[in-house]
Design a protein around this ligand. Sequence first.
Ligand code: PLP
Length: 380
Amino acid sequence: MSEARPKIPVYLDFNATTPVDPQVVEAMAPFWTDHFFNPSATYPEAMVVGVAVDQARKALAALLAGDSSSIVFTSGGTESNNWVFHGVWRSRPAHRRRFVVSAIEHPAVMETAAVLASLGAEIVTIPVDARGVIRMDALDAALDERTALVSVMLANNEVGTIQPVAEVARRAHAVGAWVHTDAAQAVGKIPIDVDQLGVDFMTVAGHKFYAPKGIGALYIRPRVSLPALFTGGGQQAGRRSGTEPVPLIVGLGKAAQLAHAWIKNGGPDHQTALRDALQLQLREACPDFTVFGTGANRLPNTVAMAHPAWPGSALLAACPTIRAGTGSACHHPDDTGSPTLRAMGVAPPLARGLVRLSFGRDTTAVDLAVAVAALTQAIR
Ligand SMILES: Cc1ncc(COP(=O)(O)O)c(C=O)c1O
């Protein structure tokens, strides 16, 4: 994408999914054909494949600053979240029936918690403040010897707010609960150190950081045991049976390596500058736009905004030069609007207006100028 000529329509929905990086495609290529062998086989050709899987595991572990033996490849964020909830439910001591989630979790957490509720779990939902950050007083009230798991996402998918996960982990561990963070929107976008965060489980989704769809991982802290979700041939040290999808795993490893380099080279700072400039331009162009979560630590690539008179889907329909995301209201017109905004206390007319602009590593100031022009013209 060149500075001078944006590619129209400008794609600004990177939180929904990213393209696969060409270097990732290239790294995967030989593993569809020449290196097609089953990584569990013992002849030399297959051992090459096993080595590639190990290298991918190491690359992802390096991105999370964790140990590679803690990484289990899964099909993505949804599976990793399901695994943690069902696994903890099955392995918890009988008196720990309480699962604590934030009010702004992704449906892959919320719906799974609802399934556990139907099995007898007590689900406690922690509210967020007006910026979209969880209320620590409410967390404290939910923590005691009956708490089995606390699950708080690292970065919210709609507004991009980053949650105080390290502090959540410290408090939850003090009562002997396990801690999970759904980091699907954070991995590859901001620096992550699993030890600093102190979590027991972390969800990773490859297609949010230029790896293919259908591959992700669950980080499981050393010495923490989680019963297998899938049983069978005992692959991945018996933790997730099923022949490994080698090309996808190699792609995830390459994407992790690229993300690591991008973060080290100041990618997030560059995006933060773009984001802050975009917010200013939006406000200047149309003072009626509300940008959400501005008082909080947020993902550098995400701007969530709304106009009181426009449902998000209608506003974006009037902006043919951009492709961006809306809240759930666009899928359910009679809905009360974005669940995250509702949890933040935003009233339905504005909550229905959510437009999420989320950009990628190659997004330029010129691309964002196209978005500002499109949105303000549509309003006028
Ligand atoms: C926060 C969060 N968790 C989980 C998921 C689901 O991940 P996947 O699409 O890999 O199943 C997403 C995807 O939108 C997400 O944003």
